[in-house]
Design a protein. Structure first.
Ligand SMILES: [Zn+2]
Length: 221
């Protein structure tokens, strides 16, 4: 058994071995994760990650953020202030978004490590094709949870693992920078643990809302 890097229970058991890596499955939260010994060193991770900055990926990111923002704008009056976590949006899409009156800060650990952006609070945080790269998902989750205002939205774009039996043939696990894989129940677990409501989780979109009471009266009086 291994310790799960997301819920820290000791309930993770060996799950699958492919040509390059071993994977473990957590009984408690449903996370499937690659053996930490197979994690790429930061320089190699940056190189692989950098290749994903090609225009096709940026277009997908824009297609993820822009419709999301128009949906959120219908839910909440006024201008929205958000953080794009993990991957940087292209300049043209950013200008469109700012022209609509919204503000989007961006944080990318390799190419835009703006740590000041991680000390603020936002109406929404979006993160496209990033969660699967988390080598320490608990640390990243704790950080992201803190970045949201009560009532704020969290939109995550990561392919949900829906068929455990099909994992061996799932191409998504073959990319060595993909180290954490989530099931719907993993996000149910996180919602409950972190005072979020899980609004939607299907295919590759997870939408959560931080409950309004979050952060209030948490300390014993
Ligand atoms: Zn777990």
């Amino acid at each position: 058994m291994r310790r799960c890097p997301l819920c820290h229970s000791q309930d993770a058991a060996f799950f699958h071995q492919d040509k390059k890596r071993a994977f473990y499955a957590c009984e408690h939260c449903g996370l499937i994760f690659a053996d930490a010994a197979s994690h790429l060193p930061p320089a190699a991770e940056k190189h692989r990650y950098g290749r994903a900055r090609a225009s096709a990926k940026q277009r997908q990111l824009a297609q993820f953020i822009l419709p999301l923002l128009s949906q959120l704008a219908q839910q909440q009056a006024g201008r929205l202030r958000g953080l794009n976590f993990g991957r940087v949006l292209d300049d043209a899409s950013l200008s469109n978004l700012e022209a609509a009156g919204h503000t989007l800060k961006q944080y990318d650990p390799f190419f835009a490590p703006d740590h000041e952006a991680l000390r603020q609070r936002y109406d929404f945080v979006c993160s496209y094709r990033v969660f699967e790269h988390f080598q320490d998902p608990l640390k990243e989750w704790s950080l992201i949870s803190r970045l949201l205002n009560p009532g704020g939205w969290l939109a995550i774009g990561t392919p949900l693992l829906t068929d455990l039996a099909g994992f061996a043939k799932w191409h998504y696990k073959n990319n060595l920078t993909h180290v954490s894989f989530y099931q719907r129940r993993t996000f149910e677990f996180l919602a409950q643990k972190g005072d979020f409501a899980l609004l939607f989780a299907a295919k590759d979109l997870i939408l959560m809302q931080k409950t309004s009471e979050s952060g209030i009266n948490r300390d014993p009086i």
